[in-house]
Design a protein around this ligand. Structure first.
Ligand code: NAP
Ligand code: F7E
Length: 424
């Protein structure tokens, strides 16, 4: 019977044994009941690497996860709640962004200690984290933020060395395609070189960790759809080029140094937390404002480009699954459907009972020097290997975003929304 370390409560009635042999693949056997949720039965899993706190058994049906520790400690989770110390630790760059905020929430729900890199801003920029932020002076806090910058190697080395995270999710980037044409050098530095800086921080610190790189469907650019892991890249913007560089650097560190490093090639994914200048959110925000009578017109660029749109909270699940997989690999994450920007806007206006023709005007200044016309992903590998599938479809995604923006505007107008102050 394992003992809870660090004075934690381990309500396991059963047997949990492990035979870690750190230079080989080790086997973990688990049997019994844990906590309130009956997770009985037995299972066997592999520890695929020399590292502490590796998921060795994962049975989604019972949420039964056994983790091995390099000091011999073990812990059991049941029903998604953890019962012992030595919890897995994750570092997220880009934690203040759309995906970072959803991923932080997901990892906290899974029992992780989560650390986020944030950059200095002249005003608070952590609104997306309001739901999970707790004052670090309180006890039992598992979410922490640290100042750093993807252009500052020292901050990255210090963070990786100091935290020794089990998993690193590298989501930070200058992520706006149109803006990347205005600031190509900065985009190359942050979106491209930023990845190398983190990879080097891992190598320099010698920390055993798993690394996720946020690659993008923008890397495919002109390639004919459907695009999958074997489709050649033909990027069409400084952003796309920088992502191709970061993607290949990730593969290079995997092949050169044996780093567990995976690229998630994610197609467009949206949500009520999407940045306000991406087309989906620009449209749903405008619909809410037009409906409320405080705006009359929305100016858009190219309505004919097609994108494969999905729902962001489901896409961050795929990131986690990639780092739990036995081997580091690259995966396309997409819905498999493509729709034009025009279709997106038409559906959004229709959902709010508004006339698209009356309120939408074209402003060519939103056209890009080079456009990506048609993206549609083939996510079969993720279905087959990770068991990942998108659940929220195009119409539903638009409706939930429009509804969320209508509610947000209502809360703002009525004064119900109060932003939180924080220092960390
Ligand atoms: P996002 O909302 O634009 O978030 C980007 C994050 O990066 C923010 O937290 C931002 O911080 C941070 N960041 C920017 N420059 C930085 C710097 N110099 N140092 C440190 N942090 C910096 O992006 P997202 O939609 O969540 O996407 C997450 C990642 O996936 C990005 O790498 C993006 O390129 C990639 N991606 C996104 C999609 C998509 O459809 N959403 C698809 C494929 C790939 P601030 O909050 O301070 O700006
Ligand atoms: O543009 C057209 C625009 O800026 C989508 C990023 O997350 O996904 C995103 O990149 C389409 C383009 O996203 C406006 O020309 C028309 O064809 O919402 P977007 P994106 O460029 O696809 C990829 C996968 C990423 O990796 C990126 O980080 O919409 N469009 N009118 C417009 N786009 C914008 N932004 N604004 C307009 O007014």
């Amino acid at each position: 019977m394992p003992k809870a370390d660090q004075g934690c409560y381990l309500p396991v009635a059963g047997v949990l044994t492990a035979t870690p042999q750190w230079h080989k693949r080790s086997t973990v056997h688990a049997k019994g009941k844990a906590g309130k949720g009956d997770v009985g039965g037995s299972d066997t899993g592999k520890w695929p690497r020399k590292c502490a706190r590796v998921v060795s058994i994962c049975r989604p049906a019972g949420h039964f996860l056994a983790w091995g520790g390099d000091r011999g400690q073990l812990l059991v989770w049941a029903g998604g709640a953890s019962y012992c110390g030595a919890m897995p630790r994750a570092l997220i760059t880009g934690v203040t962004g759309q995906d970072g905020s959803y991923l932080a929430t997901l990892l906290l729900e899974k029992g992780y200690e989560v650390h986020g890199l944030i950059r200095r801003a002249s005003s608070f920029n952590t609104q997306r984290l309001d739901a999970i932020y707790r004052d670090p002076h309180e006890s039992g806090v598992r979410f922490f933020m640290h100042y750093g910058d993807l252009s500052d190697s020292g901050s990255l080395v210090n963070l990786v060395r100091g935290l020794e995270p089990d998993e690193i999710y590298h989501l930070g980037a200058q992520s706006h395609v149109k803006v990347s044409f205005e600031i190509p050098e900065y985009t190359s530095d942050v979106t491209g070189m930023g990845t190398v800086r983190i990879l080097e921080a891992i190598r320099a610190s010698g920390v055993q960790t798993r690394f996720y790189q946020a690659s993008s469907s923008e890397m495919f650019g002109l390639s004919v759809p459907p695009q999958d892991e074997a489709t050649p890249f033909h990027p069409r913007s400084p952003y796309g080029v920088a992502k191709v560089f970061a993607h290949w650097m990730t593969i290079n560190y995997r092949e050169s140094y044996g780093l567990f490093a995976s690229n998630g090639i994610l197609f467009n994914h949206e949500s009520p937390r999407r940045g306000e200048t991406f087309v989906s959110r620009k449209i749903t925000r405008a619909v809410a404002r037009i409906k409320a009578g405080i705006q009359d017109t929305i100016y858009l660029g190219n309505l004919d480009s097609k994108r494969d749109w999905g729902y962001a909270p489901e896409y961050v699940e795929a990131m986690w699954l990639m780092l739990q997989h036995d081997t580091p690999e690259d995966f396309v994450i997409a819905s498999g459907e493509a729709h034009s920007v025009r279709e997106f806007a038409l559906r959004a206006f229709e959902h709010a009972g508004l006339d698209f023709e009356r309120h939408v005007k074209i402003d060519p200044s939103y056209y890009r020097p080079a456009e990506v016309d048609h993206l549609r992903g083939d996510p079969s590998k993720a279905f087959r290997v990770l068991g990942w599938k998108p659940r929220t479809r195009f119409d539903e995604l638009i409706e939930l975003m429009v509804d969320a923006d209508i509610k947000l505007l209502d809360d703002e107008l009525s004064g119900r929304l109060v932003s939180q102050d924080r220092d960390h």
